[in-house]
Design a protein around this ligand. Sequence first.
Ligand SMILES: [Zn+2]
Length: 364
Amino acid sequence: MANHHRLTRRRLLALLGGSAGIGLAPTIRAGAAGAAVFGQTAPRQTSTTFQPGAIIRTLLKDMPPADLAGGPVLFHEHLSMHYPPQVKEHFTDDVAMMVEEVRAAGKDGIACIVDGGHPDMTRSLDALTRIATESGVAIVASGGYYMQRTYPPEIAARSADQIADDLTREAAAQRLGAFGEIGQQGGVLTDDEKKVFQAVAKAHVRTGLPVFTHNAYTGTRTTANPVPHDAALRQLDVLEAAGAKPERMAIGHICCLDDPKAEIAQQLAKRGAFVGFDRVTIPIVPDAERVVMIMAMVEAGYAGHVLLSSDFAVANSLKKNGGAGVGQAATVFGPMLLKAGLTEALLHQILVDNPRRFLAFVPK
Ligand SMILES: [Zn+2]
């Protein structure tokens, strides 16, 4: 892990809108929607506005998006899970330790973390609630199903509408703030996976909740597994055909593609979707390649579609084990983007504004 690139807490807070910074002396201004905006030398008007009544549904309470403007919002991490499902033990079972790790991420400036697990990844809502309560960092819990091999047997017999009914009911009962991560196992959606994508799109229409996906490129892309390069586009096809609004969809793991010009990413953005660079700092693909892809997106005018996260899932990344911790997408990867020439204003947009636009909805 490139520790020398890690931002100090003070520097990150200064950069992203917190109050502890001294080095940059940033000015925080309230925009039209009350959202804090980072401006170093000249006043900068925020372009981030939210519909009247829009909220971000965290486990503990519904929050106006402006209340989460003080730091990065990480849209796809894991704070509680057993994966693969048959594993008996997982490091996240130590909830007290996870509280400490998330509290430390809060000290790094992180304002909110979206957990990408759900029952078929053995995510514990009790654990997430305790982490949110004791760490002071806002946590969004998600619903849905992961992929063919994790589906409960009853999925096969239920229709997309029936699954959508279940998801809608669960979302209300459990204060879920998103559907995700919704995945596929191979290069092409199985019939059940297609049905689950349709169901999630329908549940999104009924609830207003956003959706984030897991596409097929997740392991080493040098394996012989022939995955169609356009699997991510086909996911958006299915979601849209079932009624989903692309601007509330985040197609995930695009940073794992071998796509240096970010062509798939740009096609997704052109259709209105968010693009998940949500495995940064995880050594599947060199981070330098992801930086190039993101700079290509920015160059093409799509900075407003980029979402960053790290899919936090391995014990080596824990601070107690010498890793960068749950905030690594911001604290380790953020500085790499600055070094590549991204402006601080755009980094703020990507880490603070884009995820709030993704998560905010007007409850129905
Ligand atoms: Zn994940």
